[in-house]
Design a protein around this ligand. Structure first.
Ligand SMILES: Nc1ncnc2c1ncn2[C@@H]1O[C@H](COP(=O)(O)OP(=O)(O)OP(=O)(O)O)[C@@H](O)[C@H]1O
Ligand SMILES: [Mg+2]
Length: 252
């Protein structure tokens, strides 16, 4: 069983889209998956069709409530929703608060094959909590200018968290999102990313595909919305690559 944070402090790069569809892809492969929405924007919660929730990961972080009480079973994955109150967690001064999430997952770790955490676009206490609770991190990278500069900053934070909070933490890989092979800039950024980060860059790139955005406004993941679109194809390929990287002998 693995806990995987999907992160990047840069906003709008495809973290939530990747978390949802990677979780759904893993469920399609037969794995039991929990998605934790750790973003005060609650984009993953809404994109999976839920309305505003009372029981959220906020209760776990703020009051140490049992995470099992917050789990909402969906059609194929389980979800722990987010709430806007999470924003307050970034600001409070509680000592050691970045370890609460990790501790809270102990009783459920063995219930799932994968626990995926959708991180907010910041390097604050929520993202640090996710990285502290995780075995692996997947970075979503949109191939725009300055993307790699942001990546270098993020890698520095990863190293710090690994040294100070969670020695287990490993970079599982970098997924290039909204990729358009016809754009010189995108090809350049990909080439540079591969030069700098080598095999860490997943070979499966996620193309720009409007169905990915549409599915979220319909409250569905991509395999429910349109099983045969490019987005479904790309995320299924990525899922296989992620699973293979985690566990070579389990690959299908
Ligand atoms: N491959 C794609 N093709 C087309 N649209 C996409 C793709 N990936 C994501 N989007 C859309 O781009 C927007 C940003 O994506 P997403 O919410 O996944 O990014 P994010 O990194 O989670 O953002 P935030 O930092 O705000 O949490 C969303 O409207 C989403 O539907
Ligand atoms: Mg998001």
């Amino acid at each position: 069983m693995s806990v995987i944070a999907i992160a990047n402090h840069k906003g709008g790069v495809g973290k939530t889209t990747t978390t949802i569809n990677l979780a759904a892809g893993m469920a399609r492969m037969g794995y039991k998956v929990l998605l934790i929405d750790l973003d005060p924007q609650a984009n993953a919660t809404f994109a999976l069709g839920l309305k505003k929730q009372e029981r959220t990961i906020y209760q776990v972080l703020a009051f140490q409530d049992d995470v099992r009480k917050m789990i909402v079973p969906l059609e194929d994955i389980d979800l722990v929703p987010a709430s806007v109150h999470l924003a307050g967690f970034e600001k409070n001064n509680e000592v050691g608060k970045e370890f609460i999430l990790q501790e809270s997952l102990e009783p459920i770790r063995d219930l799932y094959d994968f626990i995926l955490i959708d991180c907010p676009p910041s390097l604050g206490a929520l993202t640090v909590s996710a990285l502290t609770a995780s075995d692996f991190v997947v970075v979503a990278l949109q191939p725009e200018s300055l993307a790699l500069q942001g990546m270098a900053d993020f890698v520095r934070i990863l190293r710090t968290v690994k040294t100070r909070m969670n020695q287990q933490l490993e970079l599982l890989g970098i997924v290039i999102t909204q990729f358009d092979n016809r754009k010189v800039l995108h090809r350049d950024v990909l080439e540079l990313a591969e030069e700098r980060y080598g095999d860490a860059v997943f070979r499966s790139h996620i193309r720009g595909n409007v169905a990915l955005a549409e599915s979220q406004s319909m409250g569905q993941h991509i395999f429910q919305y349109d099983d045969s679109c490019n987005g479904a194809e790309d995320y299924l390929r990525l899922t296989h690559e992620v699973v293979q990287r985690l566990n070579p002998e389990l690959a299908v």
